[in-house]
Design a protein around this ligand. Structure first.
Ligand code: ZN
Length: 461
């Protein structure tokens, strides 16, 4: 098959010739038409490498699609009304909210009508639960881990609610990955909110995965696992660590205090990340370290300076959301990829203004980072929907700091080649002979179809 159009990295009136699931040739359209006169032809505006989401949680994205969606709601009374109307007899699970006010738990007790209610915040670092859910998770009213009256649970205490609630299963992983495929993505990086056993669900059907899947394991869970490819669609590549929390609950670890006080907190202790990280590197994994606050970001970059490099396995800093000018020098190092999520700006811009007034310039520094490190872009789904158009828009028209906006091609790079570099996939994310035939096809500036493994599939509206 011959796909003609403006080919990213080559120019207008070029073509890509596909044979089976491989790219065979890239050349001016006229040359390819002469060489392959009988080939099936498809003409589009723009041809790019396959689009990747470099930071996602496909299992929870799939599970979220079954949950009560509370995105955009800020009033707990409205939330309670939705919970009350939910028809399921068992647990009422919800997610996607982001409100930091703390009215009493009683509203959710009433709305649950005897059912446990467990609602996760959009950033996954906090939750609302009613009495039935708190009790099912083994919390008690005088428990220091929870705010019982508010029905408010944060960070590590969330694990107990997760364990008590009905767990997501293989069908959720499948649903999540297919949702990416239908949106036109050809690659997804799973960043280990997934429980360790989820890898075996992916492995069981590795040959049928609807995207190329890069997989990171949670800390500890990599021991005894072999890194590398499982066939041609699943790659086990990383170990995930958390240097801090998130901006929403003010747990991202900062040098200077938040507007309301506090500087956030480390999650995995820095020494622990270094010790286990060195072992994981020696076993052939790379590290993907979550760092949002300035202090976490600087600490992780400083740690990376001390760590050895594996060929083709760059160290990944996930989010890199807040960065001080005085720490810019830490970005100057080889073998590191910055995995960022421009689409979060849509909701986080307001949060940054409120919690970090006067420090807006430290947030989401795409252009500053891109001058020093390769960028890989993702959505952090289900934190945000994997919406390529929205991601490109936020990256190219920065809400907080226009000077940090990227050009269109640089933003596209982060969703293609940059993501491939983060995965350590040498031939991926670029259009070269011999590479897998995974492409993005654009019309009117929008992704309208993908080519995955040589097969053209329209993006679903
Ligand atoms: Zn994440």
């Amino acid at each position: 098959m011959l796909i003609l159009g403006e080919v990213l990295g080559y120019g207008k009136d070029f073509g890509v010739y596909l044979e089976g699931n491989r790219i065979r040739a890239v050349a001016p359209a006229a040359d390819l038409l002469a060489r392959h006169p009988a080939a099936r032809r498809l003409r589009v505006e723009r041809v790019t490498p396959g689009i990747a989401d470099a930071h996602a949680h496909p299992l929870f994205y799939g599970a979220e699609k079954r949950r009560l969606s509370l995105a955009g709601l800020t009033d707990l009374r409205e939330v309670a009304a939705r919970v009350a109307a939910h028809p399921d007899p068992g647990w009422v699970l919800g997610g996607g909210f982001l409100f930091d006010a703390r009215p009493a738990r009683a509203l959710l007790d009433a709305a649950g009508r005897g059912r446990p209610v467990y609602l996760r915040s959009r950033d996954l670092h906090a939750a609302r639960a009613n009495e039935a859910a708190l009790e099912a998770a083994g919390f008690s009213p005088d428990d220091p881990l929870v705010d019982w009256e508010a029905g408010w649970v944060v960070e590590t205490a969330l694990a107990r609610l997760e364990a008590a609630a009905p767990a997501p299963g293989p069908e959720d992983l499948w649903r999540g990955l297919w949702a990416f495929a239908r949106r036109g993505y050809t690659a997804v990086h799973a960043l280990a909110y997934e429980p360790p056993e989820a890898l075996s669900w992916a492995e069981a059907r590795a040959g049928e995965l609807p995207v190329r899947l890069w997989w990171a394991l949670p800390r500890g869970a990599w021991r005894g696992v072999r890194p590398g490819w499982r066939g041609e669609r699943l790659f086990v590549g990383g170990v995930k660590f958390f240097a801090d929390g998130a901006l929403g609950p003010a747990t991202a670890w900062m040098h200077a205090p938040y507007c309301g006080g506090g500087t956030g907190t480390p999650v995995d202790a820095p020494e622990a990340i270094e010790a286990e990280g060195r072992e994981a590197l020696a076993a052939g994994f790379t590290l993907a370290v979550h760092a949002i606050g300035t202090r976490a970001v600087a600490g992780v970059l400083a740690l990376f300076k001390r760590l050895p490099r594996l060929p083709g396995r760059p160290l990944r800093i996930e989010h890199l959301q807040d960065l001080r000018d005085e720490d810019l020098a830490l970005l100057a190092q080889e073998g590191v990829v910055a995995s960022m999520q421009p689409v979060h700006l849509a909701e986080d811009a307001e949060l940054v203004r409120r919690r970090l007034p006067g420090r807006e310039h430290e947030a989401f520094r795409f252009a500053t980072v891109a001058r020093r490190l390769p960028l890989a872009f993702g959505s952090d789904a289900p934190v945000a929907e994997p919406d390529l158009a929205a991601s490109l828009r936020e990256a190219t028209r920065h809400r907080l700091s226009p000077g940090e906006s990227l050009g269109f091609e640089a933003a596209l790079f982060a969703h293609t080649r940059g993501a491939a570099l983060a995965a350590g996939w040498e031939d991926y994310g670029r259009i070269v002979p011999g590479a897998w035939a995974d492409l993005g096809l654009f019309e009117g500036g929008r992704l309208v179809a993908r080519v995955f493994d040589g097969v053209v599939e329209d993006v679903e509206a």
